[in-house]
Design a protein around this ligand. Structure first.
Ligand code: NG1
Ligand code: MG
Length: 509
């Protein structure tokens, strides 16, 4: 059955009780700003939250499942519509004045985006562009044209902080544009798929986890998101433990700007894992199916193809057989295939693929340009299979709540961080420092969340240790490293959050 984006008339349905006292004045401020700016009232607000990934890092683009949760911080877009005479005009403004007002037009049913520039309105344009494609495919009543929009934006997800402000923005924008044009029942899967496409319009080769978490968020639950054979989000309840399980999110305040660093980090990892998948397939005489990985193939594709050949069929991803396969893939198959842990030069990699260096560049490196002397195929593939297995183990513990649940969950998060640091090379000194401080003061598990190279960290902490861990972070990290920060700024960098609800629409009347 189709699952539609909820339409809520009250804030209590959107936020948890403890968030309401800060959210209510914020919404009032947004609506007042809207009226002041446009001399009329907003008709509705679309909302989509940021997310924190609990475990399953850098596996979504290889189509393994992940375990994020939506957070309270979100993107709000207040909108009023008017019928367009000729081309529709979009006026956008932000409650924060540093984001300058912009006006643009929809031309021939499309929006132009210059993705080479880091410009805040691009995310709104990207959402609108994706929404217009959907509206066209729905064959709206003849003669119905995209409407003009007056928009006021307010976001509380820190930009470049690993909590996916970009996904919150594109999801809220896409939703706003669809709703404004009269489609009031928005299917969650359709919205997520559009938002993924939309983020790619804005220039980032996104996996899919962030948009799915933002759209499907469920209060007090994590989300097990799987990507194949089709997108699914299953709400996962946290185990009841003593002390109560809590997550602290701490921002390193080092911004990892994907637009400038992608060729040597994020996009390079996408390419390295795709190269590993293709080399493994060649070694075992398999042809990989075209799938939803950013380069059309994935390690998951190899996984299923390999065991289909061996056993006659692929294993159910929820089975123990699947876990055993993941174990065998990293311990045996990756280790035996990629014996050189120093990495492979372009020439060596092309040789393993049985193609020329030119052909390899064309196939793997033209869509997302990358820069690297060597490809660390062993480490990247090993991490992917091992991390996919950790997600499965984490889920199993949440379901069965064995003895020492907190220690076990924390242990998996720590193993994830070690692998991200040693095999995926996406940690940094600031992340290493914050995770060490948290562990030393009683956190069960600490790791980076999101792409890494800066951004946020996530810590599993018993309720009784929250204050001690926070205090240690303030004294030993923030005050030492950023002595000029005010107490309020430090306060903002550390968030103790409950899992929040996902995307929704709030109609003004
Ligand atoms: P961040 O950088 O936190 O938005 C990125 C990807 C995810 C996922 C993680 C690593 C985008 C928009 N998001 O997250 O899809 O691959 O890295 O697990 O590129
Ligand atoms: Mg992002």
């Amino acid at each position: 059955m189709a699952d539609s984006v909820p339409v809520y008339k009250d804030l209590a349905s959107i936020y948890s009780e403890d968030a309401l006292p800060t959210q209510k004045p914020r919404w009032e401020h947004l609506l007042a700003k809207f009226e002041q700016k446009y001399q009329r009232k907003a008709e509705f607000v679309s909302r989509s939250p940021g997310r924190v990934n609990i475990i399953g890092e850098h596996v979504d683009y290889n189509l393994y499942s992940v375990l994020p949760m939506a957070i309270t911080a979100d993107m709000l877009i207040a909108v009023a519509t008017s019928p367009a005479e000729g081309e529709a005009t979009i006026r956008i403004s932000n409650v924060l004045e540093k984001f300058k007002d912009r006006t643009f037009q929809i031309k021939g049913g499309d929006v132009e985006i210059d993705a080479s520039e880091l410009e805040w309105s691009n995310y709104l344009k990207a959402g609108l562009k994706a929404a217009l494609q959907l509206l066209q495919s729905k064959n709206l009543p003849a003669g119905q044209k995209p409407v003009s929009l007056d928009i006021m934006v307010d976001g509380t997800v820190p930009a470049g902080g690993g909590l996916s402000s970009s996904a919150a923005f594109v999801c809220a924008s896409t939703l706003a544009a669809i709703y404004a044009n009269g489609l009031h029942q928005v299917d969650k899967i359709e919205l997520t798929d559009l938002a993924i496409v939309s983020e790619r319009f804005a220039g980032v080769n996104a996996g899919g986890m962030d948009q799915a978490a933002s759209v499907f968020g469920v209060k007090n639950h994590a989300l097990n998101i799987s990507f194949t054979p089709s997108l699914k989000a299953k709400a996962v309840a946290f185990p009841k433990t003593t002390p109560a399980l809590t997550f602290i999110i701490a921002n390193t305040l080092v911004t990892a700007d994907k637009h400038t660093t992608a060729p040597v980090n994020y996009n390079l990892r996408v390419v390295e894992t795709a190269l590993a998948a293709e080399i493994l397939a060649k070694k075992y005489g398999l042809t990989l199916p075209q799938d939803k990985g950013p380069l059309g193939i994935s390690l998951r594709g190899f996984h299923d193809a390999y065991y289909t050949k061996k056993n006659g069929k692929a294993a159910d991803p929820n089975s123990e057989e699947f876990d055993d396969q993941l174990q065998e893939l990293c311990q045996k198959i990756v280790t035996e295939t990629f014996t050189n842990e120093e990495g492979y030069t372009h020439e060596e990699t092309a040789k393993l693929l049985g193609i020329s260096v030119d052909e390899m560049s064309k196939r793997f490196m033209s869509r997302f340009p990358v820069k690297a002397e060597k490809f660390l195929l062993h480490q990247r593939a090993f991490h992917t299979f091992a991390e996919a297995l950790r997600v499965k183990k984490f889920l199993a513990i949440c379901e069965t709540t064995p003895s020492e649940t907190l220690e076990r969950l924390g242990g998996l998060m720590n193993a994830s961080q070690i692998s991200l640091r040693r095999r995926f090379h996406c940690s940094c000194t600031e992340i290493d420092l914050l995770t060490a401080i948290a562990l030393e003061h009683g956190a069960y598990g600490s790791r980076l969340t999101g792409a890494g190279w800066g951004g946020c960290t996530v810590h599993l902490v018993g309720e009784d240790k929250v204050e001690a861990v926070k205090k240690a972070m303030v004294e030993e990290y923030y005050k030492k490293k950023f002595p000029k920060l005010t107490d309020a700024e430090i306060e903002e960098a550390i968030v103790v959050t409950k899992p929040g609800g996902g995307a929704c629409v709030w109609p003004a009347s």
